[in-house]
Design a protein around this ligand. Structure first.
Ligand code: ADP
Length: 230
């Protein structure tokens, strides 16, 4: 899988240029900014800390709360500011994809809050947000089983592709499968699908995404090493 027919000349199984920066928000306990091509996300982690409202407190574990927010200037037509149904759903999906990596039972009666701001959107915002949040959790010193690594693969114009842009996602036959995983064990923590595709192609697309995750994992570890060795 090498020949490119993509508008940005990438190979079919090539991830967009990635940038990962750790420690970008001074007032958070942990933070990171991650870019995949033109998609940019800043994540900030707070906690474990006292939970408000108190009725959300759990006697046996910490409560992970992820907020996903797309900023008005992140898309070409200015988006109405604030949370909406899509951002509420994505907050929940991201919480579920990060939760298996954390030892929440070690911090009863607390909250771990993650704010993710999408500053620029060109598809793959949920996956980029998961990669950023995972690095921000590590930066906050929160114990983790593994980093969570995420990318979408799919189909556009009859080709199976890794890390699609918005233009590719707008193809008439587009299928988009965001995947998140903990690479050390191979445990998949997010698997969604938008579009219609055969079971054989689903397997191929998930394989492409998993190989992509391994590459992202190496970048995440490199970003953490660079942060702590400088
Ligand atoms: P993801 O960003 O995780 O791929 P979606 O598939 O819901 O999630 O969205 C794909 C892309 O569509 C986004 O990355 C963004 O570029 C665009 N998009 C999503 N919501 C809006 C919106 N309200 N206004 C304009 N563009 C949007």
């Amino acid at each position: 899988m090498t020949k490119s027919e993509r508008t940005d000349n990438r190979k079919l199984d090539e991830i967009r240029p990635m940038k990962m920066k750790i420690g970008v928000i001074k007032r958070a306990d942990g933070s990171a900014e991650v870019e995949f091509g033109d998609t940019k996300v800043v994540a900030a982690v707070y906690g474990p800390r006292q939970i408000h409202p108190r009725h959300q407190e759990r006697p046996d574990r910490s409560v992970l709360r992820c907020r996903y927010n797309m900023l008005p200037f992140s898309v070409s037509d200015r988006k109405r500011p604030g949370y909406d149904r899509r951002s509420t759903e994505l907050g929940k999906v991201i919480t579920e994809s990060l939760q298996p990596a954390l030892f929440l039972e070690e911090f009863p009666k607390t909250a771990i809050d993650i704010d993710m701001e999408i500053t620029q959107a060109d598809a793959g915002t949920r996956t980029t947000a998961i990669n950023a949040a995972s690095l921000a959790l590590a930066h906050a010193g929160i114990p983790m089983r593994d980093l969570v690594t995420s990318v979408a693969a799919g189909r556009a114009n009859k080709k199976l592709l890794l890390d699609m842009t918005k233009e590719e996602e707008d193809a008439p036959d587009a299928v988009d499968l965001p995947v998140a995983m903990m690479p050390r064990t191979g445990k998949i923590t997010l698997l969604q699908m938008d579009g219609i595709v055969s079971p054989e192609d689903i397997e191929k697309i998930v394989d492409i995404a998993e190989i992509g995750c391994m590459k992202i994992y190496e970048m995440q570890k490199k970003a953490l090493l660079e942060k702590y060795s400088s």
